[in-house]
Design a protein. Structure first.
Length: 119
């Protein structure tokens, strides 16, 4: 079975790391290198439902499906414009002013000079 599926079924990298008392980085490496055999045996012994052919188990299927039907909350904070990625050189500030990175560096340098009394 794919290590990504096992880790995701256990609740993700953080939950799996807590379960095994390992760092998040160690469990994250399992996603690319595979789960080491001793840890795979441990996970099979402690959580056999994760390795079942049918997922999620029938008693948990309805609450999971109900939770997935709810609309996801937006992670965008209101009032702040989203960055525009159509031009790699352009940056967008909170006030909506678009400048190239070079223009922004010059403006920042001038602002620092004014602040320090050099302009």
């Amino acid at each position: 079975m794919d290590p990504n599926i096992i880790i995701d079924r256990l609740g993700g990298t953080v939950k799996t790391a807590e379960l095994c008392e390992l760092s998040k980085g160690a469990v994250s490496q399992w996603r690319t290198n595979g789960i080491p055999s001793p840890w795979l045996k441990f996970l099979r012994a402690t959580h056999p439902e994760v390795f079942a052919e049918t997922w999620p188990p029938e008693e948990e299927a309805e609450p999971l499906l109900a939770a997935s039907a709810e609309p996801a909350a937006s992670s965008v904070e209101p009032g702040y414009p989203q960055p525009v990625h159509d031009d790699r050189r352009a940056v967008e500030r909170r006030d909506g002013d678009r400048r190239t990175r070079d223009e922004q560096r010059v403006a920042d340098r001038r602002a620092v000079d004014r602040r320090d009394g050099r302009a």
